[in-house]
Design a protein. Structure first.
Length: 122
């Protein structure tokens, strides 16, 4: 399998992050640093590296590049879901049978109480 050297890791991380955000939503407007920083993503990419070339640049193969993109999409999407849950717009729980988190729309009453700061319903 062919190996590709990354000449500028920070620029590559920014491009992957931007492409992942655009893949999730054509019109994203949030600050991507609020989802995943370039520093976090460069560290992640380094951890997935298949090695270094003779100039010390990290190497990636096509499968690894695809996996980095998919995992970056999952990362951004997961942070977005977590934010919606923290605002009580979504509910979430761990599904033991499926071995992952599940999310569903919060009931309107709970969501309204949370948004008004009134958790007692008065």
């Amino acid at each position: 399998m062919s190996q590709y050297a990354v000449r500028n890791l920070e620029k590559y991380a920014a491009e992957i992050r931007s492409a992942a955000a655009t893949y999730i939503s054509d019109d994203y407007t949030d600050n991507l640093d609020d989802f995943v920083t370039i520093k976090q993503l460069t560290s992640f990419i380094k951890s997935k590296s298949t090695g270094l070339d003779d100039k010390g640049r990290i190497l990636l193969d096509s499968e690894t590049i695809d996996n980095i993109f998919i995992e970056t999409c999952d990362w951004i999407y997961g942070v977005g879901l977590s934010r919606l849950a923290s605002k009580n717009l979504l509910e979430c729980a761990w599904d033991n049978d499926q071995n992952h988190m599940i999310f569903w729309k919060a009931d309107d009453e709970k969501s309204e109480q949370s948004n008004t700061g009134n958790s007692t319903g008065n």
